[in-house]
Design a protein around this ligand. Sequence first.
Ligand code: NOJ
Length: 762
Amino acid sequence: MKSFLLPLLIMAILIMSCGQSRDQNRSRTKNNDFKIKVDSLIKLMTLEEKVGQMVQYSGGWDLTGPKSDNNKLKKQQIEDGLVGSMLNVTSVEQVRAAQKLAIENSRLKIPMLFGYDVIHGYKTMFPLPLAEAASWDLDLMERTAKVSAKEAAAAGVNWTFAPMVDISRDARWGRIMESAGEDTYLNTVVGLAKMRGYQGDSLSDVNSIAACAKHFAAYGYVKSGKEYNTVSIGEHELHNVVLPPFKALAEAGIATFMNSFSDMDGIPATASYRLQTELLKDEWGYNGMIVSDWGSVEELSTHGVAEDFADAAKIAVNAGNDMGMESSAYAKHLVQLVEDGKVKESRINDAVSRILTLKYKLGLFEDPYKYCNEEREKNNIYTKEHLELAYEAALKSIVLLKNENKVLPISKDVKSIALIGPLANDKNSPLGNWRARAENNSAVSLYEGLKEKLPKNIDLKYHEGVDYVISGENFATPLKINTTDDSKIKEAVKIAKSQELVILAVGENAFQSGEGRSQTDIGFAGLQTRLIKAVYEANPNTIMVLMNGRPMDISWSAKNIPAIVEAWHLGSQAGYAIADVLLGKYNPSGKLPVSFPQSSGQEPFFYNHKNTGRPDVNPYDVIHSQHNDVPNEAVFPFGHGLSYTTFEYGDIQLSQNSFTKGESITAEIQITNTGDRVGEEVVQLYIRDLVGSITRPVLELKDFEKIKLQPGETKTVSFEINEETIKFYTINKKWEAEPGELKLFIASSSKSLKSKSFYFKT
Ligand code: NOJ
């Protein structure tokens, strides 16, 4: 093309992009329209510019992976139009400055995407994803994602690396905190709610941002819960357990996918053609884009499947990965690889087309500074309204695990309370890990919450009990936990004795869970066990408040302490919410999205395991499937959570006890609030397929409904069961419903179950 014509053509396409987008009837012509624009733009691009779109660099403001490359070099690359996206650049000022480099200097003026880990809030912190999943409130989860998107978008960010929908069954794996727990169905519906919240009705909305389904796939299955480890998983388990949330998100139109660091059966996910191209793009028809994880392209050579970074780039792109995160391998080698015929230019065009389409959808071609508005940044972040939502989310995420003799809610007769424990006045841990732009130490601590909410005539005494974390409270620094100095326990015991009631706040520091935070022991770290036992001995009238990012081994406490409240890392308003639950101003309604084991050695531990050929009938039966030293059953099972009121479940009524293709049956049950307070209950539907072409789990969650009941009130809950409900990935490697007997359970947890048989006939 003659060089004088090129600038005119570029101008024409960019102007066409702006004018048309504003005036067109979006719903009718949108996708086709994007395609025409993208195709025309790609025709103008040099190979170097195309490759540039596939490069994503960290701005270095936040380091969410090992050390970044030279920032000076990156700046020049942006000016040359050779960087498609940045991550970890936040604030209007910094995003604008970075975007300007591309828009004002590069030949084609293609705007960059700005990605960030907005995992459970941007500055207003909501409960950890695992905690929030305990609310089983999908509407709430959508609303918190919407607010997170609004805050992030106001600070220049247009893409979040969330939701993580890795099924997480091993509590030793620190990233369990970022998931919705151990169950496939729960992860699927939570993932969809989160996606709806982030992406809104349209990506073109100024308050919406692109979401990302991660980590594709099976990252949660790393051996022994050890971060970045290898994964061994059979094909049936992969399809039945791990893939469904990803498939649902792909079908629902999530803008992006991220692959994974892990190696599955010898093939690192970033190198997996089977996963990225055959399954996701071809079989599922996904037309969004796939970003690698941080440096995972280069890591292919560390894994030992690529000879060098050039080979790594070749393998990753040919496998279907579209953008390399914090990866210079694409920038350095892709052009040569195409010229040498090792990567087809059509593959590059496909990747670039996916990336540019997202930029069009977000409206970045209309206005590259669309997310850079100082007014919105000033008004839309950390607002009173957002903090109110953080409070609501914290309340609803709390799970009452145990409440012997109705110790809770704290009686009005109690006049003196000891608040003890290293987490009791911790203003940092409730913010959790992956805290984006939350200000450190900005959470309301439990001590602050109680001081504000308790009647003034109550004598509240606080003591930390033990020094816990000594240093290292940061994303990537090792935590140093005190294991020797127990000098403070004595004083705490004295206070425990002096008061009528003790509240013991223990658990995990924010940075004990999250990326890179695998542990072999999921019990209480440091000197907490010593503290717990000493305090309990001094005053058995003790309530334990747990703050943590993973299910823990709390078996001693579960046996001995009369009341236990699971308060996770609940975000900005944690202390107020916990205080209101303890004082009975809010009736807890959360249910566990993960099982609590008897001991770390049982991990991975989950309710929906297989029956095996020798199921354990009585605890400690030898020559059965069990550990000899602990019972098989959970200390607190999946789905468990108490209320200050009680619920009675009636008998299950089935509309008919068999159905065939195209038909459905309805299961109904009456639930009555038999206590004296208004309360909410999560009514859960499980099924068991008794005989299958492959072994089937002993239980599988299939649906749930959260209902609110006044004292004495009865409500009927009904669930529909059809062919889709009972389909699974069968021996034929297809999703099929097999004929035969199934059992249906409706219950308040995966443990207390009423059941009915039903049949599917072909
Ligand atoms: C690595 C993590 O695995 C991924 O989830 C995250 O989005 C990126 N780093 C970016 O911080």
